[in-house]
Design a binder for this molecule. Structure first.
Ligand SMILES: C[S@@+](CC[C@H](N)C(=O)[O-])C[C@H]1O[C@@H](n2cnc3c(N)ncnc32)[C@H](O)[C@@H]1O
Length: 277
């Protein structure tokens, strides 16, 4: 999932969900003058500048995108940097640089936090990034059929070796019975206030198997040899077919549809450490 060029051509689902969530929460975000904003797990930077940027007031002070991948950050800096927008390498589950703590009035994250196993460390770090009164809007995956496909492939003789770390790449909430309660409890323990957590059923249709394969390739987390990738994608589609998620399968490619029903988790919270009287 280091190929920024491929990712920015195949992230229609991620862009749609980022836009929907920002539309839904735009009135709740408490904008003031001259504020500092961070986008955590910004990837190629296209959501940061093409979508999030449009929801910021004109007089914002700075928008910083951060990502663990230096390849993503190099690409984002090459394509999307401007006077007020910059991109840096940072692991949100690692040790934060001191000069990033308590700085941000708003923290956003789209389609990233389900990649991270250390959820409590990550949420604590988001709390640390925020200035007093700052808020966060975080969007990530709960249950998603892609993760079941990974698990099935990981049990096959052909892919067992390459997918041995499969559990590292499955959302911590994929099997969770009540992710809303789990996340709310963790955030309250950390000290967030005004916490809202929603886990909602969503769906997305890929028009054609090629569109599905492109999207799978763009977020493929496994270190597969380049010459095995096409075979992997064929086997991926076979599992999706067995799961009966493909419509008009016998028809021409243009009428084939792949249904994806998944749960999207949206989280809002505020850092307020002093009592308002
Ligand atoms: C699916 S992309 C989402 C990119 C962008 N936010 C979007 O919505 O299009 C997930 C990104 O999270 C980044 N990521 C994964 N783990 C991370 C971590 N611990 N800290 C920061 N970024 C991380 C990956 O490198 C990848 O670029």
């Amino acid at each position: 999932m280091n190929n920024a060029e491929l990712y920015q051509r195949s992230n229609t689902l991620q862009k749609r969900d980022a836009l929907d969530c920002l539309e839904e929460y735009k009135k709740k975000l408490n904008w003031k003058n001259y504020e500092t904003v961070i986008d955590i797990g910004c990837g190629d930077g296209s959501v940061t500048t093409g979508i999030l940027r449009k929801f910021l007031p004109n007089d914002f002070k700075q928008l910083i995108g951060c990502d663990i991948s230096d390849k993503m950050i190099d690409y984002a800096n090459m394509k999307h940097t401007s006077d007020y927008v910059k991109f840096i390498v940072m692991d949100i589950a690692g040790n934060l640089p001191d000069d990033m703590k308590g700085v941000f009035n708003h923290a956003f994250s789209f389609y990233t936090l389900h990649w991270i196993k250390q959820q409590e460390v990550t949420f604590r770090n988001i709390f640390k990034l925020l200035a007093e009164g700052g808020d966060c809007l975080l969007v990530f995956l709960g249950h998603m059929p892609v993760f079941d496909v990974y698990r099935i492939l990981a049990r096959s003789h052909r892919w067992r070796y390459w997918l041995k770390d499969v559990d590292k790449f499955i959302s911590p909430y994929h099997d969770s019975q009540d992710p809303e309660k789990e996340i709310r409890r963790m955030m309250c323990k950390i000290g967030f206030s005004s916490v809202e957590v929603q886990c909602r059923a969503k769906s997305f249709i890929y028009n054609g198997l090629d569109a599905l394969k492109r999207a799978v390739k763009a977020v493929n987390p496994f270190n597969l040899p380049e010459d095995c990738l096409d075979e992997f994608l064929e086997d991926y589609v076979s599992v999706v077919r067995d799961m009966k998620l493909i419509e008009n399968d016998d028809n021409v490619e243009s009428s084939v549809k792949v249904n994806t029903n998944y749960n999207l988790i949206t989280v809002y919270g505020v850092k307020r450490t002093t009592l308002i009287t």
